[in-house]
Write a protein that binds this ligand. Structure first.
Ligand SMILES: [Zn+2]
Length: 94
């Protein structure tokens, strides 16, 4: 079990996250334009009740879609239309 605690405030993050999608890119931070979406996760934004610091946490063990799913492009397009709910993660390791 993971427990997320704000280092500054020494309290747990709120457990009522704002639901978002996390789009994980494959590529390097040195070549961000070459990075390509390859995984879509259901995630949540958790906020510290003390200072308001926010973290993004993946909700499920398995991704919503990966690049090998036939409808990946369709789901990705739908997720990206919800601009305020899609977060792009560019720090994928190689
Ligand atoms: Zn805090």
């Amino acid at each position: 079990m993971a427990i997320e605690i704000c280092h500054k405030c020494q309290v747990r993050f709120r457990n009522d996250p704002t639901k978002v999608y996390l789009i994980e890119l494959k590529g390097s931070s040195e070549q961000p334009l070459a990075a390509k979406p390859f995984t879509i996760w259901l995630a949540g934004i958790h906020e510290c009740p003390g200072c308001g610091f926010k973290i993004v946490k993946i909700r499920d063990r398995r991704p919503l879609r990966t690049i090998i799913d036939k409808d990946f492009a369709e789901v990705l397009a739908r997720v990206q239309e919800e601009r305020n709910k899609a977060i792009v993660y560019t720090g994928a390791e190689e």
